[in-house]
Write a protein that binds this ligand. Structure first.
Ligand code: UD1
Length: 341
């Protein structure tokens, strides 16, 4: 069974390709390599023994996208990762974000119609909840005004998908997966997160600091209303997250998707503060991190963690790996990058 993974050479995409292949799915990747490396394909092959089919092009090109779908009408389901994801960059350059993230989605949905492809998994984010009124946050929590153009592209994308389903203009079965904070890497340390330039996210900044690429981690704020004053997130191992995509595809293909679209939170249900992540990292690696507390980062929320019960009940999926496994695998990956330089 053939599955299209857009953005399949990226961080979450590559881990999902591995999990799909290990379950016997045939994978075709479309990626423009704007934020990933072609060598990821060889590393996926080293893990699974299979090199995924690959086409390099930009999904914001309507003609090229339409041609692709005409040629590949045997695709059974699509997992759509390909998008820009840096919050700060989206504030500086909103049209780049709206243009890329929304046009590509529209082109894919049109291509699906033309080729009669019905099953779609969308990569969304817990950012749609903003700072939720209640924790843990369930899928029923209200959507809050987006705090960045990036977050807004996720909200609008969810609406585009929902409107398309409701219009009955095409048969579309969709699952929207709202990720909390994915970190860590495949246990082989052959694939992982590869930030271009200075990382925005916490985990790659920690590992790059310890390996010597950055001087010091800035901890953004210790005056939050949390036990140690630093902000709390629900970190989830990227391999657990990848596995949820396989289960979502299985559900769509088996035609078990009841509500359209179906929405799932993907988190562990546990929140960890920035200092707790640092403590876990130092404990499992034996390394010391150079960090200092600075002021809050604009736009950051105080705390968020998932209620993952709905995903467990309906998808039969549950995150299995704990914070120590996450920080350990992130460090193994950083060391592997340094070794292969
Ligand atoms: C946010 C979004 C997430 C999005 C991601 C993309 C929310 C709740 N989450 O994640 O949906 O996919 O951006 O980038 O809006 N931190 C530091 N120092 C650093 C970096 C981070 O202290 O150098 C802290 C942050 O203040 C935050 C935590 O670490 O408290 C996690 O930050 P980060 O990894 O950037 O993720 P989010 O901002 O939670």
């Amino acid at each position: 069974m053939k599955i299209l993974v857009t953005g399949g050479t990226g961080y979450i995409g590559s881990h999902t390709v591995v999990e799909l292949q290990q379950k016997g799915y045939e994978v075709i990747i479309v990626d423009n390599l704007s934020n990933s490396d072609i060598n990821v394909l060889s590393n996926i092959e080293k893990i699974t023994g299979i090199r995924p089919e690959f086409e390099e092009f930009d999904l914001i090109d309507p003609k090229r996208t339409s041609e692709f779908f005409k040629k590949h009408n045997d695709i059974k389901a699509i997992i759509h990762f390909a998008a820009y994801k840096a919050v700060g960059e989206s504030v500086e350059n909103p049209l780049m974000y709206y243009g890329n993230n929304l046009y590509s989605l529209v082109n894919i949905l049109k291509g699906m119609k033309e080729s009669g492809i019905e099953n779609f998994v969308f990569s969304s984010s817990c950012t749609v909840y903003g700072q939720p009124d209640e924790l843990p946050v369930s899928e029923k929590a209200p959507i809050k005004k987006a705090m960045s153009p990036y977050g807004n592209t996720k909200q609008i994308s969810e609406e585009i998908i929902t409107d398309t389903i409701n219009s009955n203009s095409q048969q579309l079965n969709a699952i929207l997966l709202r990720y909390f904070n994915p970190i860590g890497a495949n246990e082989t340390a052959l694939i992982g997160e590869l930030p271009l330039g200075v990382p925005n996210n916490l985990m790659p900044f920690i590992t790059q600091t310890v390996i010597g690429l950055r001087e010091q981690l800035k901890v953004f704020g210790d005056d939050y209303q949390t036990p140690d004053g630093t902000a709390i997130r629900d970190y989830i191992h990227v391999v657990d997250l990848a596995k949820a995509h396989v289960v979502a595809v299985e559900r769509l293909v088996a035609d078990k998707c009841l509500k359209k679209p179906e929405i799932f939170n993907l988190g562990t249900g546990n929140g960890y503060s920035v200092l707790e992540v640092i403590n876990s990292f130092e404990k499992v690696t034996g390394e010391k991190l150079n960090y200092k507390i600075v002021g809050r980062r604009p736009g950051d929320i105080t705390k968020v963690w998932a209620n993952p019960e709905f995903a467990e009940k309906v998808l039969g999926w549950k995150a299995e790996k704990g914070i120590d496994e996450m920080t350990f695998s992130a460090w193994e990956w950083e060391k592997a990058i340094a070794k292969n330089k």
